[in-house]
Design a protein around this ligand. Structure first.
Ligand code: GLV
Length: 337
């Protein structure tokens, strides 16, 4: 049997790279930055597999150039960067890495909630800018309390559920909106109530977004939605940037339509140095690091490697995004090792 040829678009831990190399001929991108589209097209022509990250847009054109591709394994839970329907049509297995990053991401959403409520990044900058002159002031850096307030969760999947679970110590009222309503049992166990999006926006003190980016969720939060929020509300986004209309967010923060926001994701990443968000003091900004714990990131690389190798072994990959692909190309036809 010929060994599968694989292109890896990012640095992965040695352990996973060596495992891949024991079964496949591997080409890697050793640069810190993602390869360009042209580079991916050049590399993909003779490859059976692609191991990539969310930073590479794997569109129709790339997929068409990868005429031998059998698997695209992404080191991410989100897969909006891959044209999954095109891959499915071509019999390419698409896999992702859910679950392993649930805890790290739910923790980070909470880090942003607390930072936004208590103005931690603004206060940190104030001290570093050497502006701290009065030792203690009764009205210095007043923020919002979290205890007993209402937390609105948009998307009660794995991560949204993790955020809800973590709110217990804050004795919050919990509400959620999702296109699929959770079971009564899950609602009762979490102590969470379903609410239409409009109600959630009107009643929440903290709104945390946990839906995938799809055509339906793009700009889910725009001017009208900000107008519905309380002026004391905080918006937290650890899912995907384009779910929030960035211009609308900038106006809402500037005009204090809402009190603050915590963002880990943006319409364009990295954000441009002249993005007005950078100048806003009522915003905590992070560079897409919600899943960045040693445990999660290593686990994601491991899971993505297993997903990819399983397809070459003709075995069901642990996390298959497009099960319909099996109608186009069975796993017996992807077996190469
Ligand atoms: C991170 O954003 C991911 O999708 O894994």
């Amino acid at each position: 049997m010929t060994r599968p040829k694989v292109y890896v678009t990012l640095k992965i831990p040695d352990e996973e790279l060596n495992l891949l190399r024991s079964f496949c001929d591997v080409e890697t991108n050793d640069k810190e930055t993602s390869p360009s589209k042209q580079e991916i097209i050049k590399r993909i022509e003779d490859k059976d597999g692609l191991l990539c990250s969310l930073m590479e847009k794997i569109d129709n054109e790339i997929i068409s150039c990868g005429s031998k591709l059998k698997v695209i394994s992404s080191i991410s839970v989100g897969f909006n960067h891959i044209d999954v329907s095109e891959a499915t049509k071509k019999g390419i297995y698409v896999t992702n890495t859910p679950g392993i990053l649930t805890n790290s991401t739910a923790d980070f959403a909470w880090a942003l909630i607390i930072s936004s409520a208590r103005r931690i990044s603004e206060a940190d900058k104030y001290v570093r800018d050497k502006k701290w002159k009065i030792p203690w002031g009764l009205t210095m850096f007043l923020g919002s309390e979290i205890y007993g307030r209402t937390l609105g969760i948009i998307g009660l999947g794995r991560i949204g559920t993790g955020v809800a679970e973590r709110s217990k110590g804050f004795k919050m009222r919990l509400i959620y909106y999702d296109v699929i309503r959770a079971s009564k049992e899950k609602e009762e166990n979490l102590g969470i109530e379903y609410a239409p999006l409009e109600t959630l926006l009107k009643e929440s003190d903290f709104i945390s977004i946990h839906v995938p980016l799809t055509p339906e969720t793009q700009n889910l939060i725009s001017h009208n939605e900000f107008k519905m929020m309380k002026p004391t509300a905080h918006l937290i986004n650890t899912s995907r940037g384009p779910i929030v209309d960035e211009d609308a967010l900038i106006s809402a923060l500037r005009n204090r339509t809402i009190a603050g926001a915590g963002l880990d994701v943006f319409e364009k990443e990295p954000i441009d140095p002249d993005n007005p968000l950078i100048e806003l003091d009522n915003l905590t900004i992070a560079p897409h690091i919600a899943s960045a714990t040693r445990e999660s990131r290593h686990g994601m690389a491991k899971m993505a490697t297993e997903n990819l190798l399983n397809v070459f072994k003709g075995e069901h990959p642990p996390q298959l995004v497009n099960p319909d692909v099996m109608k186009i190309r069975q796993l017996s036809e992807t077996k190469m090792v």
